[in-house]
Write a protein that binds this ligand. Sequence first.
Ligand code: G4P
Length: 315
Amino acid sequence: MAIQWFPGHMHLTRQAITERVKEIDVVIEVLDARLPGSSANPLLQEMTGHKPRLKILNKQDMADPVQTKAWMDWYNAQSETRAIALDASEPAPTKRLIEQCKLLAPSRGGLAKPMRVLICGVPNVGKSTLINSMSGKTQAKTGNEAGVTKLEQRIVLADDFYLWDTPGMLWPRIIVEKSGYNLAASGAVGRNAYDEDLVALELLLYLQKHYAPMLEARYKLGISAEEIAALHDDELLTMIGKKRGAVMSGGRVNLQKAAELVLTDFRDVSIGRITLETPAEFEAWLAEGQQKDAERQARKDAQTKARRSARRRQP
Ligand code: G4P
């Protein structure tokens, strides 16, 4: 699924981050704990180079705790990287954040050398909620909407701890196909950028494989978890639609409505606490996406070369 969602203000955000990062000690990346790999912005890695980084697996209350632990271990095994899991009910997020940043940049601190931190995240990961809870007041949203021009704001969390907030930013081309689906399922991508049927079917496919008992508990389809796992995803969506009354005149299931129901249930945690990717799965998807992308680029280069030599041959 090609998700194209990189409006002009995201280009400006990219420029603002590239400038700001020069004087930053730690980069905090807020991730969605339900899709840590897919909600990590590959551009950020490019823009922030080797700066120490703190990964916040946010919305942990919605994610599968076993997988959140697996992702934390995975990140914590990487150099200059630490990870913590958080959600909006955390009573003192600032304390934990400051502690972690000090571990990542121990030479910073005190009025002479205040800690300078950049906080980034794709839209909808809960970054504003976290910042509001840390700053103890409602900050203006830095702007996920086109037309919002304020690109960054500095928030003083302690006398020697400054946080620069940037608007939520996606990246121009999502090379990992599954990431597009997972971002859409999570609500990070505007609704008109994707087809709900396809996103719901991909979601169901994953849930069948990893969370079939939860599907049965939610939709009471009257079949075993093994039988749910063996269904074709289309069949499963139809069964759910029927069960939940998404039926058109004539008795046909309204698949669009059924897809909306499934997506809403996932986003409301009505199916349960679910994570849509493991570190190993994401690594495999990424390798596949990178290979396809390299092939695509090679095809494009070959076409350009062929066009150029054809032009040269013309009298
Ligand atoms: P953003 O700045 O990264 O774009 O995200 P924002 O804080 O606006 O949060 C996006 C949605 O996620 C909000 O819900 C917010 O309440 C919810 N949220 C944020 N943090 C958490 C969390 O830790 N756990 C859970 N379960 N939800 C979280 P909304 O429905 O879009 O808005 P509202 O109903 O809160 O107004």
